[in-house]
Design a protein around this ligand. Structure first.
Ligand code: HEM
Length: 499
């Protein structure tokens, strides 16, 4: 009996002590930004400010932070209990991303050590490995090198129009995001893994199964992503993998087979036709310098090209199509530009498409209004002076609030109106959809090339009109619980063949 009472006493005392410790710790956490005199948003005791994120898409979250910041250049928030600084000012953002990049080379995000496809890919790589891999890969993504993919882009954009004609014959609404994802999966998948993919014509295939699975963002993947960005210290404990385990195994298999078909790693590739050849060459060159480079590092890059490229590019094409269906004047001006270029050049190739000013302004305006990722994330390795009033500690996550800058009337008047003229000869405007500085998106030119080919093929062949019942651009909602700015609903437009 006495033992029981003693035990109970110990349990109760421990619980009280634990609760007291948690409470005191919470008081300390809650004071963090006030002590630094930084404007902050009152945190929820468990979620910090992530209670706002639960309500909608991260774009809504970033805008809400800005709206509650009363015009301050930066805002203190808490991700769970982790103090995080949100930068609302483009000038400070530019300093962090470009001028002071040396202190901000890494993202505040980690995938598991035991998951090479996750931890070795360019997005998650940390210094010093990141610089070395990025240096090897950068030359592959120059405009000149990307011309090697012109044939693929041309074939696939022709197939895209064939597929639209085929879908029209069925007289059903076309889910345009799914359609464009078929197209982007084929291009980025074939370029990275060297295998044929016919999703643009068929809507299916082994690689398309992978991208369908990746788009679904299951509960497991949500938890994993939450852990990568919010609780990186615990990723290895939970054993999360960035790609589903079966997808990792599939990537390894197809990559290995494709490399064997091209003669293995012992010779420099005979051709230089796609990203796979570039990856093989990267390993071959490393070997000639006696540098160690495992196959898993290469598979990780092929996988992140697919992950980074398929949904981002498809979403841009989706939003662009809906906007133009609702903006006939913009659409007509684009059509005339494309038609004139076609008459002049006969065939539109990557170079002459890149010179079409209005087409490029339309893509930029779509990236402004729908930047796909609402924020950029970095972490300083040393304490960093933001301005005379604030120095943040090394290790503090920094979120650049790019979405709020893109739709801020201070920088873009009437920001919810789709107006490509904003970018007409005005290249210096704030546009961070691909990030900024040395760690910006490596696939920017690749994405532009794919988008230009697809847009030219679609708008030369069809007039896009609003489809009854499908949301207008002003009514488009962004998907809740996605990390990307993607539409919540199925979007459709009517494709009317041009004579
Ligand atoms: C419209 C299409 C795309 C958009 C809007 C986009 C956007 C972004 C953004 C915002 C980042 C983070 C940049 C930063 O932190 O400063 C990023 C990184 C990255 N993107 Fe893209 N992306 C697109 C297409 C692509 C494509 C086609 C590929 C592959 C070929 C790709 C591969 C990557 C990779 C590997 C990174 C990590 C770069 C690094 O950390 O060095 N992206 N992208």
């Amino acid at each position: 009996m006495i033992h029981h009472a003693m035990f109970l006493y110990l349990v109760v005392t421990s619980c009280v002590c634990l609760l007291a410790w948690v409470y005191l710790r919470w008081l300390q956490v809650k004071q963090y930004w006030a002590k630094l005199n930084v404007p902050f948003i009152e945190p929820h005791p468990v979620l910090g400010n992530l209670d706002l994120l639960i309500k909608g898409n991260p774009a809504d979250f970033m805008l809400e932070i800005y709206n509650r910041s009363n015009g301050s250049l930066y805002t203190g928030i808490w991700q769970l209990w982790r103090p995080t600084i949100v930068i609302n000012c483009p000038k400070i953002a530019e300093r962090i991303l470009i001028k002071d990049f040396d202190n901000f080379r890494d993202r505040f995000a980690v995938t598991g050590e035991s998951d090479p496809t996750g931890s070795l890919n360019l997005f998650f790589l940390k210094e010093p490995k990141w610089s070395s891999v990025r240096r090897h890969l950068t030359p592959v993504f120059t405009s000149a090198k990307l011309r090697m993919l012109e044939d693929l882009a041309e074939i696939k954009s022709k197939q895209l129009t064939q597929r639209i004609y085929h879908e029209l014959s069925k007289n059903e609404a076309i889910d345009i995001k799914a359609l464009y994802t078929d197209f982007t999966t084929d291009i980025i998948g074939t370029a990275s893994f060297g295998i044929e993919s016919d999703a643009t014509l068929t809507g299916d295939g082994p690689l398309r199964k992978v991208t369908k699975e990746l788009s679904q963002f299951s509960l497991y993947r949500k938890l994993a992503w939450g852990c990568y960005f919010l609780l990186p210290e615990y990723v290895d404990m939970f054993g999360f993998t960035f790609f589903p385990k079966s997808t990792n195994a599939y990537f390894l298999k197809i990559f290995h087979e494709a490399v064997q078909l091209r003669g293995g790693f012992d010779h420099a590739p005979k051709e230089n036709k796609d990203l796979l050849d570039a990856l093989i060459k990267m390993k071959y060159d490393a070997a000639t310098k006696n540098e160690e480079m495992g196959e898993d590092l290469l598979v990780a890059q092929a996988a992140v090209f697919l992950q980074g490229g398929f949904e981002t590019t498809a979403s841009n094409l989706t939003f662009l199509s809906v906007e133009l269906a609702h903006n006939p004047k913009v659409q007509e001006k684009l059509y005339q530009e494309l038609l004139a270029a076609k008459q002049k050049h006969g065939k539109l190739d990557a170079k002459n498409l890149s010179e079409l000013k209005y087409l490029n302004s339309i893509i930029k305006e779509t990236l402004r209004k729908y930047p796909i990722t609402p924020s950029l994330i970095r972490v300083p390795t040393k304490n960093y002076k933001i301005d005379d009033k604030l120095t943040i500690e090394a290790g503090t996550p920094v979120l650049i609030n790019l979405y709020s800058m893109h739709v801020n009337p201070k920088y873009y008047s009437d920001p919810m109106t789709f107006d490509p003229e904003r970018f007409n000869g005005n290249e210096e405007r704030i546009l961070m959809a691909f990030g900024q500085g040395p760690r910006k998106c490596i696939g920017e030119r690749f994405a532009y090339q794919q988008i230009r080919y697809a847009v030219a093929a679609i708008f030369l062949n069809f007039e896009l009109r609003p489809r009854a019942g499908s949301p207008k651009s002003c009514d488009i909602k962004f998907a809740k619980h996605s990390t990307l700015i993607i539409p919540a609903d199925v979007l459709t437009v009517d494709f009317v063949p041009r004579k």
